[in-house]
Ligand binder design. Structure first.
Ligand code: TXA
Ligand code: MG
Length: 318
């Protein structure tokens, strides 16, 4: 059985496996990650192979504490302020690599930068503490598909090709971390997440918001890898801003939606909607039951922005 409960004994086993160069899927507060020791090139290569991820799409390095970062990259004053405010949590920071960084070059996909994040989940924290090494971990799904928010989602995607999945229950945030590029003079959001522009600006001043239109135009460009992963796509077509289902569509509701197949949050709570979004897309992505997935409009307030970002990408198809 590949899914193992995230208890102490299994965390110790997982840590040993990671040190030996193995892959372990583990829970974070955002989505499940597919982890490998970020300092071992062969382990990192396995991540790209299993996900069928394009070699030019870099990975996030997960750390157990903010002070691990100084040995890997070049943190500045903004890094200190942001990590005090938001770590552990769903904020990934892009920094310049140190020339002597032990992080594998493939993690950065040829760039001179590194993405770092301290996850806020007890199982992830315990795992990092045991491994004592930074872990490269993209979302644990085949490239371009919907991210996993339960251990079962990871198993559904990889089956026996992955022999270690630590189960930490359903992810509470449910949407991938905000990716913020600190290498520019004005910090720039490369991927929207629950940590929004307003919250960031309170800590470091002016921040450039994510630009979805530009992200689409730049597809394939290595200068903006944070925007590369476009699709988050189910196999069925996704139709946005629907009022009702047409023919054989499934309908995802929010708030008071009549005849919804599934409702992200009957009370209209955006945090709840974010936490249930990927599970909803996965469970309705069944060509035997439906021809497509329609979804009602979701307000763009707060985390609603990140939800709409993922939905727009999902609707672009593969
Ligand atoms: O919440 C999350 O961030 C989850 C959990 C597991 O931590 N991870 C995740 O990883 O979503 P992934 O690989 O699915 O998405 C990482 C994003 C990609 O868009 C990638 O291009 C960007 O971060 N990224 C990573 N390193 C980068 C770098 N050096 N420069 C710019 N973008 C980078
Ligand atoms: Mg991903």
């Amino acid at each position: 059985m590949t899914i193992r409960s995230g208890d102490k004994a299994n965390i110790t086993k997982a840590a040993r496996s990671l040190r030996l160069g193995g892959l372990v899927a583990f829970p974070t507060e955002t989505v499940y990650g597919l982890g490998a020791d970020a300092t071992q090139d062969t382990a990192i290569a396995q991540i790209y192979a299993l996900k069928e991820r394009p070699a030019l799409n870099p990975l996030i390095v997960h750390v157990g504490r903010p002070d691990w970062v100084a040995g890997l990259a070049t943190p500045d004053g903004r890094f200190d302020a942001l990590t005090r405010a938001f770590w552990p949590g769903p904020l990934t920071l892009i920094l310049r690599r140190r020339a002597d960084s032990p992080i594998g070059a493939a993690v950065s996909a040829g760039l001179d930068t590194i993405a770092v994040r301290q996850p806020n989940h007890p199982v992830a924290a315990a795992l990092l503490t045991h491994v004592k090494r930074p872990l490269a971990a993209p979302s644990a799904n085949p490239s371009g598909q919907v991210s996993p928010t339960t251990a079962k989602h990871v198993f559904d995607d990889f089956g026996d090709r992955l022999n270690f999945i630590l189960d930490g229950g359903p992810c509470t945030t449910g949407i991938e971390s905000t990716v913020l590029d600190l290498t520019a003079t004005t910090a720039r959001i490369l991927r929207a997440g629950v940590v929004g522009v307003d919250a960031l600006e309170k800590v470091i001043g002016s921040v450039t918001p994510p630009d979805i239109v530009q992200a689409q135009e730049m597809e394939g460009s290595i200068s903006s890898p944070g925007q590369l992963e476009k699709h988050y796509s189910p196999s069925l077509p996704v139709r946005l801003n629907a009022q009702r289902a047409i023919e054989d569509e499934a309908l995802i509701g929010f708030g008071k939606t009549p005849r919804a197949t599934l409702n992200l949050s009957p009370t209209g709570n955006l945090d709840e909607a974010a936490a249930s979004l990927f599970a909803a897309l996965r469970s309705l992505d069944d060509p035997k039951r439906f021809r497509g997935i329609a979804i009602v409009p979701i307000p763009t307030l707060g985390v609603g922005q990140a939800i709409n970002d993922r939905l727009l990408r999902a609707s672009k198809g593969r």
